[in-house]
Ligand binder design. Structure first.
Ligand code: COI
Length: 355
């Protein structure tokens, strides 16, 4: 792919590397590529990050025909820059696009675009502990018309921003409220896709939980409101009676997380029995009450592995592992972040070097 590069003449302000708010300081450049039906993807380019000129009638703004991804570039101790499992993100975006009737961005073009953009903005990849460059690919419908059907034109855009911890708590355990009224996704819907509509649907319950001092909500399934699905914008795992349990992806309403997939592989290798299955909320509460709920954590690209120290259900608080990070959560965090930052060997071929 022939990517035209136009460098900025007005470099943007970089954040304090020891205190970076998530997703607010964007790097100097972005990648853009256009699509038109009958023509395919065209005009790949890297340009200074900045506003796009769009008509207010574009379909993405009205009917949410868009999909996005989230991955990171990491700076290693010897100054190299590497990506973690980018082909998984690219494959997931293809599945999201299929559901949303968006033309797929060819995988080779996609990876080349990410690498080229990270290389152009390599000075933006931070080196302070626990920091990285968050990469946000986005594809959205641009037909300027209000009829409800799949758009004929799209923009594929990649932006990046240096980030630290996603939660202000960092690796300290978070408080979670179990959401018994509102649902995030339903079977047959878009739950498995990474698209803005799923996040829009989650905002109301999350805001209410935030007002009560909770970091995130734990979502139950949209049919019976009985089975655990996700926690906030992460997948969720529990250690109950020595076994690891995590919601199955079979319902199609849970996001197939890449950190989730990596954690399942590591835990299995470490000899744990990992069960991907339906987990009823009653089972979780019973385990919290009888003391067999040993650990709970969320997994996601932004937060990596985030311990859950307390769950709140039907006006009752349940503390997990005395509100401390547990040994399995810690080992997962250390192993995954160790591979990501090049501190631990990568026997799995998860790392893709950039520079
Ligand atoms: C991620 O973990 O990459 C996410 O997508 C979470 C969020 C910032 C949307």
């Amino acid at each position: 792919m022939d990517i035209k590069i136009t460098k900025t003449t007005a470099p943007r302000q970089k954040p304090d590397p020891n205190n970076i708010p998530f997703g607010t300081f964007f790097s100097d450049h972005m990648f853009l590529m256009d699509y038109a039906k009958g023509k395919g993807w065209y005009d790949p380019r890297i340009v200074p990050y900045g506003p796009l000129s769009l008509e207010p009638s574009i379909m993405a703004l009205h009917y949410a025909q868009e999909a996005f991804e989230g991955l990171k570039a990491y700076r290693t101790a010897d100054g190299h820059i590497q990506l973690f499992r980018p082909t998984e993100n690219i494959a997931r975006m293809a599945r999201s696009c299929e559901k949303l009737c968006i033309p797929e961005v060819p995988a080779d073009m996609y990876l080349e675009a990410i690498k080229a953009l990270v290389e152009v903005d390599k000075d933006w990849v931070p080196s302070a502990p626990d920091t990285s460059l968050y990469i946000r690919p986005l594809v959205f419908a641009t037909d300027p018309q209000l009829g409800v059907h799949a758009s004929h034109t799209y923009i594929f855009c990649i932006m990046t921003c240096p980030v630290g911890s996603y939660y202000p708590e960092g690796i300290n355990p978070v408080r979670i409220a179990i959401e018994g009224r509102e649902v995030r996704a339903v079977r047959g819907g878009t739950g498995f896709a990474k698209c803005g509509g799923n996040y829009a649907a989650s905002l109301h319950a999350s805001e209410l939980a935030g007002e009560k001092g909770f970091s995130q909500v734990l979502w139950l399934d949209g049919v019976e409101q009985r089975y655990i699905e996700e926690v906030g914008s992460m997948n969720v795992m529990f250690k109950i009676g020595g076994k690891i349990v995590t919601p199955s992806l079979a319902s199609g309403s849970v996001l197939p997380g890449i950190t989730r997939k990596s954690a399942v592989q590591l835990l299995t290798e470490w000899g744990y029995e990992v069960q991907e299955r339906n987990i009823a909320i009653d089972e979780l509460i019973a385990a919290a009450e009888d003391g067999t709920l040993e650990e709970a954590w969320g997994t996601g690209t932004a937060a990596v592995v985030s311990p859950i120290g307390e769950i709140f259900y039907h006006d009752k608080d349940y503390t997990i592992n005395a509100g401390q990070i547990g040994p399995v959560t810690r080992k997962l965090y250390d192993t995954i972040t160790g591979i990501q930052w090049g501190k631990t060997a990568d026997p799995y071929g998860w790392i893709v070097p950039v520079v």
